[in-house]
Design a protein. Structure first.
Length: 94
């Protein structure tokens, strides 16, 4: 399987909880562009009450998390929470 292209969106701690996309989506990973102790949570849904797909604290600038070109299917959408002082993360999704 070859993926032609995926989209990205930058989410910062100052954005607060963010609805990245509604409806069926693919979550392919992220790149931490700014931050020294970023916490990241990704949910399948339209709020933090959705199914938790990924969570981890302690990410630093330069961290890359991907799933080997195979995305995680989200049925309801992608809801993102980025925490940590002055953190910014680029999320890769379809």
């Amino acid at each position: 399987m070859s993926l032609e292209k995926i989209g990205y969106r930058s989410v910062a701690t100052t954005d607060g909880p963010t609805q990245l996309k509604t409806g069926p989506s693919g979550f392919f990973g992220f790149v931490v562009s700014v931050g020294a102790a970023a916490s990241i949570a990704v949910y399948d849904g339209t709020s933090a009450s959705g199914k938790l797909l990924y969570t981890k604290a302690g990410h630093v600038a330069g961290d890359v998390v991907h799933f080997g070109g195979v995305g995680i299917a989200a049925n309801q959408g992608l809801f993102i929470i980025v925490g940590g002082a002055s953190s910014e993360v680029n999320f890769l999704y379809t």
